[in-house]
Design a binder for this molecule. Sequence first.
Ligand SMILES: [Zn+2]
Length: 257
Amino acid sequence: MPSLEQLATFLDATLDIARIPDYPNAVNGVQLANVGDIQRIATAVDFSTETITGAIDAGARLLLVHHGMFWGGVQPLTDHRHRRLWMLVTHDVAVYSAHLPLDVHRQLGNNVLLAARLGLEPSSGFATYQSIDVGVSGESDVPTRVLAERAGALASEFKGSLVATPFERDRVTRRWGICTGAGADSSSLREASRRGLDTLIVGEGPHHTAIEARELGIVVLYAGHYATETLGVRALGDQLASTFGLTSTFIDVPSGL
Ligand SMILES: [Zn+2]
C-alpha cells in the first residue's frame, strides 16, 4: 500500500504542479497530511463536510479535490471549518487539491474531457491565464442545438440544467471554445471574439456575459460549474487507482450550480 508521499510524488509530477500558475487560494498539492498508508482514495469536486463524510464512509485515507481547503480564503477554524478538520484528522484522511493543473491536463483535464464528452476535438487552447491556456478550442460542423443537447445531458446527470443564450434552431457551430467552471467572463468573451469563436461552452458566468455574448454574436452554453468539473477528478482518481492498485470512489455532492 502506498504512502501519501508516494501518491503525492506521482500526482505532483503527473499534474506538473510546480510549473502551472494558479490563484493564491488554490494551494495545489498536499493540503493536509495523514499518517498511515493509503488503500482507498475518494475524489470530489469540492472540499466540504459532505464530501469528507463520503470519503470516510468509503474508507478512504486520501480525499482528492478540485476546489481545496483554502478556496474561501483565510478564515478561523471554527464551526463547520473546525468540524471538517476534526473529522479528517480523527479518521487519518489526507487532502490533495489540484485546481488549474487539473483543468489544463492534456489527458485527464476537465477541458479536454468535456470536449470529448461533447464529441469535439480540440486543436488549440483558449482562456489564457498568465502563461497557460486553461481551456481548449477547435473547429466543428455540429448544429449548436446538438451541442446544447449533449451539454444538457451532462448537466442533468449532476442535478443541474443547461442555460443557453438564444440561438436559431438551424445554427451550426463552426469555431468553439471550452472553459469549464467559471469560464465565462469579460476577458474570455473578448478572447473568443478576437479568435473568431462562435460558441462557448462553460460551467457558469455572470449575467452580463450573456448580454455581451449576444452583442458579439457568440452563443454561450452554461453547462454548470459542478457538472463540468466532475470529469477531471474522476479521471485522475481512476488513473491513481490503476497505477497503485487502489480503489477510487467519486463522492458526488452536486452544488446545484
Ligand atoms: Zn471551479
